[in-house]
Design a protein around this ligand. Sequence first.
Ligand code: COA
Length: 242
Amino acid sequence: MSTLVVEELDDRVVVTLRRPEARNAINAAMIGELHEVCASLEERPRLLLLTGGGGTFAAGADIGELRRRGREQALQGINSRLFDRIARLPLPTVAAVDGYALGGGAELAYACDIRLASPSAVFGNPEPGLGILAAAGACWRLRELAGASVAKQVLLAGRRLDADDALRFGLVAEVVPAGDLLKRAHAVLDRMARSGQLALRLTKLVADGGGHPLTDDLAQAILFESDEKAQRMDAFLAGGRS
Ligand code: COA
């Protein structure tokens, strides 16, 4: 991996964004590598701790790449699909935000289940200043997390939320000294890891709510354990077509 440091533990994966030369701006390589992490967590569900190296969470999508993108790339939802995939990971995710989380970097943090911040954390969505909109979740996730009034201040008036703001508005769970941030994030994950894994997984599905695909997944989960499914599939595999 060229843009991430990935530490695989038994019950969790720790991912550190690492593009210090670009303040961890999210480029195509990082998108691809984060998709690889998602694939591994979908295959073998574990908790995820996501953080940024070098005193920055992520300074946004890579503006050099954004400059070259047109309508076709926008319609591909390059960032939004990744962040949705992260939001839908089977087990909970925690973002440990030290320093700037701007633009797509903020949206990446918004896509996690829980955020912890260091006192230097700054959340913002300056996209309109670049002539674009925050299309990878900020327009609706920030509203869900902090309410419409705060979201509109950030999205429309360029307000940056410092760590105290983020705590007051419920965007982050805690503000922790930078040196303790990862330790505290691990403690939150330790608490989660003591829960039943299936219970945690289904709680996340239900808490995220909505109809599809939640109802589909729950219905399938029930059917996959049914005797009838086993019998019918065994019969097919034994060659007995009805
Ligand atoms: N995309 C591409 N490169 C970026 C970047 C981004 N989103 N954010 C920072 N960088 C690069 C800078 O161009 C600079 O590169 P250089 O050293 O080759 O000139 C390097 O990272 C360091 O950035 P710099 O601005 O010098 O650091 P800083 O500590 O003074 O400021 C920020 C940090 C985050 C406040 C500032 O970099 C910034 O405003 N970045 C853009 C934020 C933004 O608009 N994000 C939304 C994108 S959708």
